[in-house]
Design a protein around this ligand. Structure first.
Ligand code: PEP
Ligand code: MG
Length: 756
């Protein structure tokens, strides 16, 4: 490609395109000229521009080389033919023998059968495909990578023309349901449960670049450097000011994010695009588009998260270039803000006024995304994976986020609004009532004291301990902290975290569960888990026993952190007694080591297990004398008892925890632990549901651990319950051949005035 090779060539091409764009004539005339210039510049016989129209169709809008009569006639669906393939994936495609590609679709009206090779790139705007730009050659030409780069740069310029609305009305690009401003109900995945109402604020403003081609690249580079410096300073300020950045995981997240902002590869690619003739803004957008295209091909969750961080930084950089440093003027317009974003970085969420932020809706997102972790810490309901959410909503639209039922209402009708506002009022009243119970004991009406504890996983969760009035932390999921980081924390970092956790807990006990990774809990930097059936695969204690150094480091950190205090350690996913013995031996080795080094030891040590695997039920006589306590993980226990995947929505209602087999097993554990004098607790989701918790107390459980928001409702239930009559009722109820006892238990609660 002689003319366009090298910087000067591409700059010249961009200049020429800019002149065409700035010149007179209709948008169609300009597009016709553009394809002619590109074909000549790229030494291609054909250059065609396809534009996306309503109904997800790509229409040939201009061509140099194909038959003219095909213009506005040839149409391909997204995914159809090579052009549709490029739009569907969306990334560049270069083929020296295009006709042998499985997606090749011959359109006789175009006369393209004589062209052997093809190179095409998506025309992207705001992260969406708005068209496809293609060049074709008669011979079997091998297109170099730089040529695809050059064509992508040109596509940036065309994106602005298409997005200007002069070729196709912008309404056409909206999904059908978005037109007419009708109320809409969309579904997603709850990344953090809860209910929120408010006005929509679109996180990512639709950026319309006024200029894509630079007058003077040197000046653009200067602007770019100044903006990068400004962005770095702003991020540093944010790090310093962040009031939740008290050495916790959020600081880790922000720090690694700050590190990405200095990523040389990323900044280098933007500088390169500026050198090729784009304005600084257009260059940032181009690299952002490339990043998004790459993201589509990446399945590794860690890498995807990193690319999302870069996406987030690109938005930030553009705002600095525009001199409009995240003013959030939009969210200041409303008192109750529901934020909409395709995706979002953790720092961006913290930019918004937390007192007004009520909910978050993401087109993408996973429970392990950093933004979800931060939103959880701030207790904002998050609905993720809502396809095309941004295209259905306008800033200021009234919205209801019902993450409890994984749905979202946009511009809801009066009756829906009414229902939700009532349900929010009831919630607020209930919440106030729960707060009032904070200082009261969790005693049943007949004087049975229940120990209520919280499940935690991040330092910030520890704030809920005092707020909720719980007795302690019944389950500290240590893997959450590992999941929120970019690298495996060393012993010092772990010691620091466990020490802070214990300090925040004060006199209240904390049960640390050793790493439960594998299954659905993947560490971004840890490979080697998975397998066909990960929940039953190499996970938790199985990994720990095969990689003892990892477990020993964790135990060492816990022993050091608990110097002079109580230390409670719990091993997850124990399947047999020898596994417990092996894990305990590793603990003893670490304890001996600390002793030999003359360290201050924990004042009191308890080592227990999670009961999650049914096989343990037949090993109780050997197991119970060895353990200091047992905590039932009902989430996994239910999954393994019924061979029913806990993550599969089709299975979620199929087998009930309130069924005779599950309750029968739990009753047997209460009996056996009671007889052996081993403290028993339950820390799965079951403990946090009032009806389920009622049944557990009826079975004889005296200790439960749950998410902090459940403490109030459960305590209220307990204070309205008489435990002894319920025990007698359950004795009669259990031996029944029914799939669930839920209905009977609910009726019992209603008849006896139990607040469920
Ligand atoms: C459980 O399995 O019930 C449990 C508490 O552990 P996790 O949910 O972390 O697997
Ligand atoms: Mg479990």
């Amino acid at each position: 490609m002689p003319q366009s090779g090298g910087l000067t060539g591409s700059r010249l091409l961009l200049r020429r395109l800019r002149d065409v764009m700035a010149g007179g004539g209709s948008a169609q005339d300009r597009l016709n000229k553009v394809v002619t210039i590109i074909a000549a510049d790229m030494v291609a016989e054909v250059c065609s521009a396809y534009v996306r129209r309503a109904g997800d169709v790509l229409e040939l809008f201009a061509t140099e080389g194909l038959k003219r009569e095909a213009v506005h006639k040839t149409r391909l669906r997204i995914g159809e033919g090579l052009v549709g393939h490029i739009a569907a994936h969306p990334r560049p495609l270069a083929l020296s023998d295009a006709q042998s590609h499985p997606n090749f679709a011959y359109r006789p009206e175009t006369g393209e059968e004589v062209y052997q090779s093809l190179m095409g790139v998506p025309i992207l705007h705001g992260g969406r495909v708005v068209g496809v730009l293609v060049v074709q050659n008669r011979t079997r030409r091998h297109y170099a990578e730089e040529e695809a780069e050059a064509l992508e740069t040109v596509a940036m310029v065309l994106a602005e023309l298409v997005a200007s609305g002069e070729l196709v009305s912008p309404d056409e690009m909206r999904p059908i349901e978005g037109i007419g401003l009708l109320p809409l109900r969309l579904e997603g995945v709850a990344l953090h449960k809860g209910l929120a109402t408010g006005q929509a604020v679109l996180h990512e403003p639709r950026i319309l670049l006024s200029q894509t081609v630079a007058e003077d690249p040197r000046q653009e580079l200067e602007r770019f450097r100044a903006a990068v410096a400004g962005m770095h300073n702003a991020l540093d300020d944010m790090l310093a000011a962040s009031d939740i950045a008290d050495g916790g995981e959020h600081r880790d997240i922000l720090e690694s994010y700050r590190m990405f902002a200095a990523d040389r590869g990323w900044l280098g690619r933007i500088a390169e695009a500026i050198n090729s003739g784009l304005t600084a803004e257009a260059a940032v957008l181009k690299v952002k588009n490339d990043t998004r295209a790459r993201m589509g091909q990446i399945v590794d969750p860690y890498l995807r998260e990193r690319l999302l961080d870069l996406d987030d930084l690109a938005n930030r950089l553009i705002q600095h270039l525009a001199g409009d440093v995240i003013s959030q003027s939009a969210d200041l317009l409303f008192n109750d803000v529901v934020l909409f974003a395709r995706t979002m970085g953790p720092a961006e969420l913290l930019d918004y006024d937390r007192d007004r932020l009520r909910g978050l809706v993401l087109e993408e997102g996973s429970p392990t995304a950093h933004v979800a972790i931060v939103a959880r810490a701030l207790d904002i309901p998050v609905l993720g994976r809502v396809p095309n959410a941004l295209s259905y909503v306008e800033s200021g639209d009234g919205v209801i986020v019902d993450a409890d039922h994984e749905q979202l209402f946009i511009r809801p009708a009066e009756d829906i609004q009414q229902i939700y506002s009532e349900s929010m009022q009831v919630r607020a009243q209930r919440q106030a009532a729960f707060v009032a119970t904070r200082g009261l004991p969790a005693d049943s009406r007949d004087g049975v004291r229940i120990s209520l504890n919280i499940n935690a996983g991040l330092l910030i969760d520890m704030l809920h301990l005092a707020e909720s009035g719980a007795d302690g932390v019944g389950l500290y999921r240590t893997e959450i902290h590992f999941m929120a980081r970019h690298a495996f924390p060393d012993v010092a970092a772990q010691t620091d975290l466990y020490r802070k956790t214990l300090e925040q807990a004060g006199d209240r006990p904390v049960v640390f569960r050793t790493l439960d990774i594998g299954g659905d809990k993947l560490l971004p930097y840890w490979r080697g888990t998975g397998g066909e059936n990960p929940a039953m695969g190499w996970r938790a204690i199985r990994i720990a026993l095969d990689r003892p150094a990892m477990l020993r480091q964790q135990l060492r950190a816990m022993i050091t952190a608990a110097a002079g205090r109580s230390l409670n350690i719990m091993f997850p996913m124990i399947a047999d007694v020898p596994e417990f013995d092996a894990a305990r031996r590793l603990f003893e080795i670490e304890l001996d080591r600390a002793r030999r080094l003359g360290a201050v030891l924990p004042a009191d040590i308890k080592v227990g297990i999670m009961f999650e695997i049914p096989a343990l039920a037949w090993q109780l006589p050997l197991l119970l004398p060895r353990v200091d306590f047992v905590s039932i993980g009902s989430n996994d226990l239910r999954q393994f008892l019924f061979a029913s995947d806990r993550g599969n929505p089709q299975m979620s209602d199929r087998y009930d925890v309130l069924s005779p087999p599950m309750l029968g097993l739990l009753a047997e554990l209460v009996r056996a632990c009671g007889a052996a004098g081993v403290p028993l607790s339950l820390c799965g989701e079951m403990a946090g549901q009032p009806l389920e918790a009622m049944a557990l107390i009826g079975l004889g459980f005296r200790s439960l651990s749950m998410s902090p928001s459940s403490i109030g409702p459960i305590k209220t239930m307990i204070r309205s319950l008489e435990a002894d009559p319920l025990r007698r009722y359950l004795d009669r109820l259990l031996p029944q051949p029914v799939p669930s006892l839920r209905r009977q238990l609910r009726a019992y609660a209603q008849d006896h005035g139990v607040a469920i």
